[in-house]
Design a protein around this ligand. Structure first.
Ligand code: BV8
Ligand code: ZN
Length: 245
């Protein structure tokens, strides 16, 4: 972990690596939205009533009690609807503008990267503002908060589910391959605000190192990969990202 005198130099070195790169990839997690007031999954505010996210974000939980799962998603949508992108989201939009090749790979379903203006994005875990029909498979945007009726339904009468990827479900077809390609063809990979424990997303960090990519991690805490990355900065993303790009 970089501290004291050499912190300055490593910040300058990291900023220099980013400035010289013509291809950059970024992985974000809930930590990038924390300064927008959205609770993270594993952070203090992550717990909802007495449930862990892993207990609710599963097909089994939905089959068992769809109303409970929808109450959780309606609660989260209500919080996200009041939130605005923070300087970390905006810094990534600026960075995208300056790079010939740029890919933002996000685990976040909150849509704040979209609101900030990010373009080239891969939403590995879907979008909380979309719904999918459990009968006919229709998929549509719905930004109403609170939802008038829980569970919401599709025009075909089928019950709707949130347009997100639940634990035990595969990511959208081909998206992981696209993410791996973006990472392996980048000079610099920024890893921002993720505890890096959920797979296959977290696997992108060691994958980047295996492909000789310079990895810069920004997190308030040490993560399973802090020792293997080239630069590990312990700072709020909203404060450090604007300085780095
Ligand atoms: C699948 C959408 C296969 C829903 C989400 C290999 C090893 C072990 C387990 C597995 C494995 N492969 C697969 C698994 C199982 C599982 C998994 O990874 N389990 C974990 C818990 C061990 N993975 C899956 O099930 C995946 N699917 O493998 O399918 C398959 C294939 C074919 C056919 C059938 C099946 C699907 C995973 C996706 C699940 N959906 N979200 C919803 O949102 O409701 S995951 C969800 O949790 C998020 O999207 C995110 O990915 C994760 C939370 O992690 P973070 O975003 O990092 O948030 P967290 O709170 O943990 O950490 C925040 C960090 O920010 C902290 O480090 C904190 O210090 C930092 N921070 C806080 N504030 C700031 C900050 N940093 C900077 N600045 C700040 N201000
Ligand atoms: Zn339907």
């Amino acid at each position: 972990m970089t501290t004291g005198a050499d912190a300055m130099s490593s910040l300058e070195q990291a900023r220099d690596s980013i400035a010289r790169a013509h291809s950059v990839a970024v992985l974000t997690g809930a930590g990038v939205s924390a300064e927008s007031g959205i609770p993270t999954f594993r952070g203090a505010g992550g717990l909802w009533k007495t449930f862990r996210a892993e207990d609710l974000a599963t097909p089994e939980a939905f089959a068992r009690d769809p109303r409970l799962v929808w109450e959780w998603y309606d609660w989260r949508r209500g919080i996200i609807a009041k939130a605005a992108p923070n300087p970390a989201h905006h810094a990534l939009v600026q960075l995208e503008k300056t790079k010939r090749e740029f890919t933002l790979v996000t685990q976040n379903v909150d849509g704040l990267h979209d609101l900030a203006g990010s373009g080239r994005m891969l939403k590995l875990h879907g979008d909380i503002w979309r719904m999918r029909c459990t009968e006919c498979g229709a998929n549509w945007p719905d930004r109403r908060t609170p939802l008038p009726k829980l569970p919401p339904h599709c025009g075909c009468g089928g019950m709707a589910r949130p347009g997100v990827v639940w634990f035990g479900e595969p990511l959208p077809e081909g998206m992981m391959q696209e993410a791996e390609h973006a990472v392996s063809s980048a000079q610099v990979f920024l890893v921002v605000g993720t505890s890096a424990v959920v797979y296959p997303a977290a696997g992108l960090v060691p994958y980047a190192k295996r492909n000789g990519v310079t990895v810069v991690e920004i997190n308030l805490e040490v993560t399973p990969f802090s020792e293997m990355v080239d630069f590990a900065f312990s700072a709020p993303a909203g404060e450090l990202l604007p300085q780095l790009v």
